[in-house]
Design a protein around this ligand. Structure first.
Ligand SMILES: Cc1ncc(COP(=O)(O)O)c(C=O)c1O
Length: 489
């Protein structure tokens, strides 16, 4: 276990990092203005020199694993390298120092970035309009479902309360549907790893007039393209439902195929995945939602528009809007990063993202498929899913233990135990930003770990051995999470 002291333990009374100048404005007697409210007896902040603070945070940051440090094949999360030019862009004063309430004429450049992104994403997704307001993919799901509900209500179809969700879906899908007041109906995945059309037909018939829509991830959560996507959309539309695309896997399609052309009515895309905005601990997310024209009247306000004179404006005049789902205009600096990423590729080259992502995933699938069982043995999209069920039966070693051992080889473990329909699952997404050498080295590491499962199982079961923190009791840590530092401890 790590022995790194907290910054509070390093504190020494009276030590300072900065010398504040003498206050040259009249001192306000806060106690007389806000009696009993504003003044605290003491504020137990840590007291350290600048050097101590710098070393403390730099050292603990270096113990962390991040995509800038090494291969991070976390399936479904699209942990691609985030180009540093994006960070340079967001630090430019024109982007970083604008105020959300500035008059429109003083922020034309800001509005142009938002306007461009609305248009560029519409073009990439095959949609008619885009809202940049949601702060994450799950938030986009909620907005998309709210738009579907507003559409049904506007047509006198408020009774439509059922949403079809495949059993393989990300947990946020049924959660968003429930949050929006819908009941979910599960659809099974067939032996090919695709939506079971027979089950879909059965459930659509059972829902009858109450069908509100379907949420579908394409490529789906086992990394496969839904080959019957046009038929699926036709079946749902024929029953009066709307098609929602979970676009978390858009990295496999960008520049080569468009969900709007497949028949989807509404979708989200995660800027913090496909469009290279850092995520996890790395920064705020953004989950823009694309819609077809019939849903446009219900969009959240404001929408950025350009008038005939070329001036950008914020349009609040949408009488049927569902209102706002977030403050201001979305996570603006995340949008700037995504803008910089798309601009870097341009219309001509953006297809390279998905082509290389799919190529890397299939290379990994074939090469690692010699050692691990592929869950669905067919051409995959941007991620490859393996099942360690047989390895567990032979050696008693679980996917969790293999994942922990990967840390010792210097990699972040892949996504595991998702999707739930694949037993002892490892979902590996190399992304387009990794080289052949990196992927080959990872495959060699995986082969060594599988060999260890047979020859030295105890080493695998007790991994990780090289991480700052070894094996922890994850159930207890999750159930009794304690992140507080008691004052005076
Ligand atoms: C398939 C899928 N859908 C939805 C989400 C939710 O996206 P977010 O984490 O941005 O809320 C994720 C996140 O990993 C995902 O993988």
């Amino acid at each position: 276990m790590s022995t790194e002291p907290t910054i509070f333990e390093k504190s020494r009374s009276g030590r300072v990092g900065v010398q504040m100048p003498t206050c040259d404005v009249p001192v306000v007697d806060m106690e007389s203005l806000l009696p009993g409210v504003a003044l605290r007896a003491g504020l137990p902040l840590p007291e350290l020199s600048e050097g101590d603070v710098m070393r403390h945070f730099l050292r603990i940051s270096q113990k962390n694993y991040c995509v800038d440090k090494g291969f991070y094949p976390l399936g479904s999360c699209t942990m691609k390298y985030n180009p540093k030019i994006n960070d340079v862009a967001v630090q430019m004063p024109g982007f970083a120092r604008v105020h959300p309430f500035q008059p429109e004429e003083t922020v034309q450049g800001t509005l142009q970035v938002l306007f461009d992104m609305q248009n560029w994403l519409s073009a990439i997704l095959g949609m008619d309009a885009v809202s940049l307001q949601p702060a994450a993919g799950a938030h986009g799901e909620l907005l998309g479902l709210m738009l579907i509900r507003a559409y049904h209500v506007s047509r006198g179809d408020a009774h439509r309360n059922l949403v079809l969700v495949p059993t393989a879906a990300h947990g946020t899908n049924p959660a968003s549907a429930a949050r929006c007041g819908y009941k979910t109906v599960p659809i099974t995945t067939d032996e090919r790893g695709l939506t079971c059309i027979d089950d879909l037909k059965r459930q659509i018939a059972a829902c009858g007039d109450n069908l509100a829509g379907m949420m579908l991830t394409n490529p789906n959560t086992v990394g496969l393209f839904e080959e019957e996507i046009c038929l699926i959309c036709e079946l749902v539309h024929a029953a009066g439902g709307q098609m929602y695309c979970d676009g978390a896997n858009m990295n496999a399609l960008v520049g080569t195929a468009r969900p709007g052309d497949m028949g989807f009515d509404v979708m989200h895309v995660n800027l913090h995945k496909t469009f290279s905005v850092p995520h996890g601990g790395g920064g705020p997310g953004s989950g823009p939602v694309g819609i077809k024209a019939h849903l446009a009247p219900f969009l959240p306000v404001p929408v950025v528009v350009q008038d005939d004179a070329g001036v950008y404006r914020l349009n609040y005049d949408l009488p049927q809007t569902i209102g706002k789902v977030g403050p201001y205009y979305g996570a603006y600096l995340a949008v700037v990063r995504g803008w910089a990423y798309i601009a870097h590729f341009g219309k001509q080259n953006i297809h390279m993202i998905s082509e290389d992502a799919v190529l890397n995933a299939n290379y990994l699938r074939v090469e690692l498929g010699r050692t691990l069982d592929i869950a669905y043995d067919r051409i995959c999209m941007h991620e490859a899913v393996f099942s360690l069920k047989n390895l567990k039966a032979q050696t008693g070693i679980k996917a969790l233990e293999v994942a922990k051992r990967i840390i010792d080889y210097g990699y972040h473990p892949p996504t595991m135990y998702f999707p739930l329909i694949v037993p002892e699952c490892l979902m590996i997404e190399p992304t387009e930003t990794e080289s052949l050498e990196t992927i080959d080295a990872f495959i060699v590491a995986m082969e060594k770990i599988v060999a260890e499962c047979h020859t030295d199982p105890e080493t695998v079961k007790s991994a990780p051995h090289t991480a700052p923190v070894g094996r922890i009791d994850e159930a207890t840590a999750a159930r009794n999470l304690d992140l507080s530092w008691p004052i005076g401890a």
